[in-house]
Design a protein around this ligand. Structure first.
Ligand code: SAM
Length: 347
């Protein structure tokens, strides 16, 4: 039984249990990424995505003054494809490569095993505690990491606020709304709730991670690059979704067998990061970022002498990444760093 009869838990604890329960959790037992899985991510669509990230990393390192030691940390590495391609790409950039400590921060022991099998390079480590990364300038990269963290949901009805819970009533899972004080929510999210705001999504875990990361960046220098799907409106709405076999799934069905994600509210993230005193923030779409990083030129170079079928495959994949109707505008890129770094390549 997922929940004891007549008991209830808040939505974030429900998501945490479904996705990350040690024994049955969705991310703890399978590789969800790819055609045979439930969804696909940019690094698994085209190698060019990770190549663009690699060039961005090297340029940022140069802008930081080519420090002799730098940490490059990937948050939530899935099947390890992006880190694998980054390491392959930077092999050709000796100086940067020899200065870099590559680190993966990953919760799932099952995915960690897949990553370790795949990434057969020497200069990479896995760390379970962000506070233990070596004390060098640090660049954090998070592709579809924050959308996988559990969220709470609050809704306003007839001037009252409620928190969403999941209840087991007569052996069937249902939603339940528990009355909650507005003050409590404001304290938790560390922001005043605007009058026209009727719905709030908030991830305590994302906030905790942003806290830790911003402290490291402030102390040791570096930056955070977030690539994720989301929107920038001040007004929040219900973005929770469950996905199975590349199709939508009802949240309370196929427990442990389907993914649960949400859209990032970038307006909220930016405010939060500014409060944490990482004062230079850039935001753009995945399309703009990749185009500015030169993905079209890269596609031209690698497809030059290829037969038509391979060439069209490269451009088909490129289109998925940058097309406005596909991942191009729904996916955003956020870069946060100290103002003094004055780096904005790709934005
Ligand atoms: C949607 S997948 C994205 C994978 C990869 N970045 C990609 O783009 O293909 C989310 C990843 O974050 C990991 N993850 C989720 N919560 C985590 C946490 N609290 N700490 C570390 N990793 C976490 C998951 O296990 C998974 O590897």
């Amino acid at each position: 039984m997922f929940l004891k009869n007549n008991s209830k838990i808040p939505l974030d604890r429900f998501i945490n249990k479904v996705l990350y329960n040690k024994n049955n959790g969705y991310y703890m037992n399978k590789n969800p990424i790819g055609h045979k899985g439930d969804f696909i991510t940019s690094p698994n669509i085209s190698i060019m995505f990770s190549e663009m990230i690699s060039i961005w990393l090297i340029s940022f390192w140069e802008k930081l003054g080519c420090p002799k030691k730098i940490n490059v940390i990937e948050l939530g590495a899935g099947n390890g494809e992006m880190m694998f391609q980054i390491l392959k790409t930077v092999e050709r950039f000796n100086k940067f490569n020899s200065c870099s400590n590559f680190i993966i921060y990953e919760k799932s022991t099952y995915l960690k095993k897949i990553q370790k099998n795949k990434i057969n390079f020497k200069n990479i480590k896995w760390l379970n505690n962000l506070k233990k990364i070596p004390k060098f300038p640090s660049i954090f990269i998070a592709n579809e990491f924050f959308d996988a963290l559990p969220i709470k949901q609050f809704l306003k009805r007839n001037n009252n606020w409620y928190e969403k819970y999941i209840i087991n009533k007569d052996k069937s899972l249902n939603f339940f709304e528990k009355k909650i004080k507005k003050d409590f929510i404001e304290k938790l999210i560390r922001q005043k709730i605007q009058r026209n705001q009727k719905f709030i999504e908030y991830s305590p875990l994302a906030n905790e991670k942003l806290n830790t990361i911003s402290k490291i960046i402030k102390k040791q220098n570096g930056g955070l690059l977030i690539i994720d799907y989301g929107y920038k409106d001040k007004k929040m709405f219900d973005t929770l979704q469950s996905v199975k076999n590349h199709k939508k799934n009802f949240l309370l069905e196929n427990i442990y067998k389907s993914d649960i994600t949400h859209l990032i509210n970038f307006d909220f993230f930016i405010k939060r990061i500014k409060n944490l005193e990482i004062d230079s923030i850039n935001l753009t779409t995945q399309r703009e970022f990749l185009l500015k990083m030169g993905i079209l030129e890269r596609a031209e170079i690698i497809s030059k002498n290829m037969p038509f079928s391979k060439k069209s495959d490269i451009y088909f994949r490129l289109k998925r990444l940058i097309d406005k109707k596909q991942m191009g505008t729904l996916f955003k890129v956020l870069f946060a760093t100290n103002k003094k770094n004055n780096f904005n390549l790709g934005f």
